[in-house]
Design a protein around this ligand. Structure first.
Ligand SMILES: [Mn+2]
Length: 512
């Protein structure tokens, strides 16, 4: 990253210093700092065990995790408190003191691209949010007996196994997992089916909280379904309550969001700097990937859209295999994942480094709408669905002013025409998942602590004869990640260039 980072900085120094505020070193050194305030840990039994374990710890990977934290930026206590909050939320949803509650949250299992060849493992976000555990196929079970206030957290993990560890690397094992993840008990995953059958049988009548649809680990699904075959257990879904927790970011999560958004921003800036006519979309993708990883991301947040010219009118274009032509605009929708927290950024820039007259008209129009929407988000904190209505209205009016839509239409007809040119939603929640907390509907007003995207666009097909010819065959989207606060909304991706003059100053300034 150092070399690439210097290159972007030098480029910008030569052109316009103010457009990049380099503080990536701050991010990279944050975790190495020895002057960090010690994390708040009220319970003396919370401590991260030493030794080589199944995942990075503050002892083995001090360059990644601060002392006393379980995962980067998050303490054992915060994970413990999340489990407590979840239990209290679920119990208040279905108040019945005569019933026991059993909450089952499985980890993701490994996915394979072909025989024994795994994809990069991605933990299930709900499970990670409650445990900080990165182990595949683990299971969190929380048991709260009827008539009692207290509950017990049990984590099922893979126990130590010399042969398996020879192939796959060290495991945390049951003896250490309880301490590491600050749960009451850790048991081998193999014992989960028997445990769940016995526990449900002994807890009747019980309420079992388990996400039954699209289970993250189908291997244990049958065991859970089997345990529920009596008529004294009722199945409920814990996901809605969990998503209502996850949608509000804690102060430590906000720091992690700032960091991933900064990394994502710098990678898109670098992609701009490397763009030249004749290079392929795939090469731009390699720059994004490299820059994200060098800056501390595990990988990109999703397969990026890197679409030159009319290809940008296909919203989910990810073939990314065409060469970029001099007269095209390039739309990039990309993001980084750092410690499972995602950024999601879209920018559109001219391949040549200079906007054509008509491309600039469209670009400035989308940018004006995007900035207005960010203001609306702060001024009114509307539900995201309402922000979408605002986008359609604003786009319609602006397109009319530029003579792109006919002047003689208004109201719903105008909004309808604008919607046809921007057929996707203007916003989604962002966090551990790119489309975060999907069970929180977009009809609830946004509130401080939420991170949302603001991403208006216009997509004009080459054969769209309802639009003047000179505007056809282009897709433009500008997307920032915004933290809703008590005051002004905070644009977490503010270091990613979007002013047209700044963009022109950066595009093509770095030779690969
Ligand atoms: Mn998005």
């Amino acid at each position: 990253m150092h070399t690439l980072h210097k290159l972007v900085i030098n480029t910008v120094t030569r052109t316009k210093r103010k457009i990049l505020k380099p503080n990536i070193y701050k991010i990279l050194t944050r975790c190495r700092s020895t002057v960090e305030t010690p994390p708040r840990q009220s319970l003396s039994d919370l401590a991260v065990p030493k030794g080589i374990l199944g995942q990075a710890t503050c002892h083995t990977h001090p360059h990644l995790i601060q002392p006393g934290h379980l995962t980067c930026g998050i303490t054992q206590l915060e994970y413990k408190e999340r489990r407590e909050t979840l239990v209290n939320k679920l119990i208040s949803e279905v108040e019945n003191i005569h019933k026991s509650h059993i909450i089952i949250i499985p980890a993701a299992r490994k996915q394979y691209m072909s025989d024994k060849i795994p994809y990069v493992f991605r933990q299930n976000s709900d499970f990670f949010y409650l445990t900080g555990c990165l182990e595949p196929s683990a299971v969190l079970v929380i048991v709260k007996p009827s008539q009692t206030e207290s509950f017990k957290s049990i984590l099922f993990v893979h126990d130590k196994d010399a042969h398996a560890e020879l192939w796959e690397g060290p495991r945390t094992g049951c003896a250490v997992a309880a301490q590491l993840f600050s749960v009451d008990e850790a048991c081998p995953v193999d014992s989960f089916p028997t445990f769940i059958a016995k526990t449900t049988a002994a807890s009747r009548p019980s309420i079992v909280w388990y996400h039954n649809v699209e289970p993250p680990n189908p291997d244990i699904h049958a065991a859970i379904r089997g345990a529920l075959r009596d008529d004294q257990s009722t199945l409920h879904d814990p996901q809605r309550a969990l998503h209502f927790m996850r949608v509000y970011k804690s102060p430590s999560e906000i720091e992690l969001m700032k960091e991933t958004c900064y990394i994502g921003s710098q990678s898109v800036n670098m992609a701009m700097a490397c763009t030249k006519p004749g290079i392929s979309e795939h090469t731009v993708g390699a720059v994004l990937d490299y820059t994200c990883k060098q800056a501390g991301a595990e990988h990109m947040a999703f397969p990026p859209v890197i679409a030159g010219g009319a290809r940008a009118t296909h919203i989910h274009y990810i073939a990314n295999n065409q060469l970029l032509a001099h007269d095209e605009m390039l739309l990039v929708d990309s993001g980084s994942q750092r410690w499972l927290y995602n950024s999601d950024i879209s920018r559109t820039w001219p391949v040549s480094g200079k906007f054509s007259k008509h491309h600039r008209i469209l670009y400035e129009l989308v940018l004006a709408v995007q900035k207005r929407l960010i203001n609306i988000l702060g001024e009114h904190r509307p539900p995201l669905d309402q922000l979408f209505d605002s986008m359609c209205r604003l786009l319609g009016t602006q397109l009319q002013q530029e003579g792109i839509l006919p002047k003689n239409i208004d109201g719903n007809e105008l909004i309808g025409k604008a919607y046809r040119l921007c057929p996707h939603h203007v916003s989604h929640y962002l966090g551990l998942d790119v489309h975060d907390a999907p069970l929180v509907k977009r009809n609830v007003p946004v509130a401080p602590g939420m991170v949302v995207t603001v991403e208006p666009g216009i997509y004009i097909r080459p054969d769209d004869d309802s639009v003047p010819r000179e505007f056809r065959g282009v897709g433009i989207r500008i997307e920032d990640d915004v933290l809703v606060t008590e005051r002004e909304p905070l644009v977490l991706t503010h270091t990613c260039l979007k002013e047209p003059d700044d963009v022109e100053a950066l595009v093509g300034k770095h030779t690969l």
